[in-house]
Design a protein around this ligand. Structure first.
Ligand code: SF4
Length: 210
């Protein structure tokens, strides 16, 4: 990839992150999100990993580095990037219950301290709603189009379902591990907490079989 293309990628991602940071499409999620999750890794990726949303596992830097290394080892790619289908955190929040009617702004500071009680956030992370996925999916599709990875690993059935349908693939099964749409090979994988050596081999087989 040329230097010019790399600069273009960087500008596209900076513009995307700026819009994500200002996004207000999902008012209920904003209260318990200090910073929306953004993609990280090589900005000229051959492989992009897509998680459903941020969680304790994929926020762990050591675990993420290990996953990037494993993907390189099993799939032969060299440049790995990971990102999220939904950027803001879905949480059940004991503090804001009852305040829903009039509080619509962010309630966490940059250190995840809740402005309601000045304590670390004790909200319980939950799966994003379908509405949040639909609201946020455009950012992921834009990210894929900007970075143009040849392989996109879809972590879990909801990521698989929404992303493949958005790309025109309406019938998918885990038994058929990969689908080509446009210039991308989309690979169906299990959720991140189920990734082990056999799942990595499944991903490698999907890459090798296409
Ligand atoms: S989850 Fe996505 S669409 Fe919803 S407010 Fe956050 S950035 Fe915007």
């Amino acid at each position: 990839m040329s230097e010019q293309q790399r600069e273009q990628n960087i500008k596209s991602i900076i513009r995307l992150e700026d819009r994500v940071a200002k996004c207000r499409r999902c008012a209920p999620l904003l209260k318990c999100t200090s910073r929306p999750a953004v993609g990280r890794g090589d900005l000229e990726p051959d492989t992009m990993i897509v998680f459903e949303a941020a969680n304790d596992l994929n926020r762990n830097q050591q675990w993420i580095i290990g996953l990037h290394n494993s993907v390189r080892q099993y799939c032969g790619g060299h440049k790995v990037y990971h990102t999220f289908m939904v950027r803001c955190q879905s949480r059940v929040c004991p503090q804001s219950q009852g305040n829903d009617c009039f509080l619509t702004s962010r309630l966490l500071d940059h250190n995840d301290i809740c402005l309601l009680n000045n304590q670390p956030c004790d909200g319980i992370a939950v799966k994003p709603t379908n509405e949040a996925i639909i609201n946020c999916l455009t950012y992921l599709l834009e990210e894929i189009a900007a970075l143009r990875p040849s392989r996109v690993i879809l972590m879990g059935p909801r990521v698989t379902d929404f992303v493949l349908k958005a790309c025109g693939v309406y019938h998918q099964t885990y038994d058929r591990p990969a689908y080509r749409a446009g210039e991308h090979l989309f690979i169906i994988a299990k959720e991140e907490h189920q990734v082990d050596s056999s799942e990595l081999q499944h991903i490698a087989d999907a890459v090798g079989g296409m």
